[in-house]
Design a protein around this ligand. Structure first.
Ligand SMILES: Cc1cc2nc3c(=O)[nH]c(=O)nc-3n(C[C@H](O)[C@H](O)[C@H](O)COP(=O)(O)O)c2cc1C
Length: 264
C-alpha cells in the first residue's frame, strides 16, 4: 500500500534546456505541418509508434484524468470505410461555401486516409474518472481539451521523428463511432493519418492555396482585458515590438526552410 500523501520525489532543477535542446523543440513546433498528400507507404516501426503514443500519454489532463484512448487502424478495409464517410461529409461541407469559394474548396486535398500506413483515432472517455473530476466542475469540456493536448504532443513528437500527421475532421462522428465500435459515451476527438512523408511543406497548405493567411500575432494580444492597453504602456509596446521581430524571423526562417529540410 502506498501512503497518502506519498513521499515527494526529488525535484528537477529549474534550469533552461541547453540551446540545442531548445532549438530542437522550436524546430518541431515551427516545422510541424498538417499532411495530406505526401505520405509514403513505408511501415512505421512499432518502437516509433510506441514513442509517439507515450508522448501523447504524457500530455497534461484536467484532474489527471487521462481521458484518452488510441485506436490504431492499419486494416485497409477499415480505412476504406472511414474514407467513404469522409467523401460523403466532404460533399456536404463543400455545399456550405458559395461560388468561387466552393470551387476552391473542392480543389483542396483534405485527407490522406488510404495512403497513410497508420490511421489513429484518439478518443475522450468522458467518464474516465467518475462523475466529479477535479478542475472540470465549472468547465465540463476540459476533458476534451485535455485530449487535444495529447494530440498535439503526438503531432510534435511525430515531426521530430520525421513522420507526418494529418488531422481529418470532415467525418460524421456517429458514423466513425460505428465503424470503430466506439461506445457512445466516448467521443472521437481526432482522426489522424500518420506515416513517413516525401517532404514537409514549408507553410500551411491552406495558406499556399490562398485559402487563408496566418494572422499577425500582434493583433491577437491584449493587455489586462480584451482590447486593453494597446500602445498605451511601455511594456505593451516593448512586447508588441518583440513579437513583430519574432514573426519576421519566422518568415525569414520559413523562406530558407526548404534547403534546410532537403539536407535533413
Ligand atoms: C482540430 C483540427 C481539425 C482539422 N481538420 C482538418 C481536416 O479535416 N482536413 C485537413 O486537411 N486539415 C485539417 N486540419 C489541419 C489544418 O487545416 C491545419 O492545421 C492548418 O491549415 C494549419 O496548417 P499546419 O497544420 O500545416 O500548420 C485540422 C486541424 C485541427 C487542429
Amino acid at each position: 500500500m502506498t501512503s497518502f500523501p506519498p513521499a515527494p520525489d526529488a525535484p528537477v532543477k529549474a534550469v533552461p534546456f541547453s540551446a540545442d535542446d531548445q532549438a530542437g523543440l522550436y524546430k518541431a513546433i515551427f516545422n510541424r505541418r498538417d499532411i495530406r498528400g505526401q505520405f509514403l507507404p513505408d511501415p512505421v516501426p512499432a518502437e516509433v509508434l510506441a514513442r509517439l503514443l507515450t508522448a501523447a500519454h504524457f500530455a497534461p489532463s484536467v484532474g489527471f484524468m487521462q481521458p484518452w484512448s488510441f485506436i490504431v487502424v492499419a486494416d485497409p478495409e477499415v480505412k476504406a470505410r472511414v474514407h467513404a464517410d469522409f467523401e460523403a461529409a466532404n460533399q456536404e461541407a463543400a455545399l456550405r461555401f458559395e461560388g468561387e469559394r466552393r470551387e476552391a474548396y473542392r480543389k483542396l486535398r483534405l485527407q490522406g486516409i488510404r495512403e497513410a500506413p497508420i490511421n489513429l483515432c484518439i478518443t475522450c472517455d468522458r467518464d474516465r474518472a467518475g462523475s466529479v473530476v477535479l478542475g472540470r466542475t465549472h468547465m465540463p469540456t476540459m476533458d476534451l481539451y485535455s485530449t487535444v493536448c495529447a494530440v498535439q504532443n503526438l503531432w510534435l513528437a511525430a515531426r521530430a521523428e520525421g513522420l507526418g500527421v494529418g488531422w481529418v475532421s470532415i467525418l460524421h462522428p456517429r458514423r466513425l463511432q460505428d465503424i470503430l465500435a466506439i461506445p457512445r459515451r466516448v467521443v472521437p476527438v481526432a482522426y489522424l493519418c500518420l506515416g513517413y512523408v516525401s517532404h514537409f511543406p514549408s507553410r500551411p497548405e491552406l495558406e499556399s492555396a490562398g485559402w487563408r493567411a496566418r494572422l499577425p500575432l500582434e493583433s491577437l494580444i491584449h493587455f489586462d482585458g480584451w482590447g486593453g492597453g494597446r500602445g498605451e504602456r511601455e511594456e505593451a509596446s516593448a512586447l508588441l515590438a518583440a513579437v513583430r521581430r519574432e514573426m519576421a524571423e519566422r518568415e525569414e526562417a520559413r523562406a530558407t526552410a526548404g534547403s534546410d529540410e532537403a539536407g535533413g
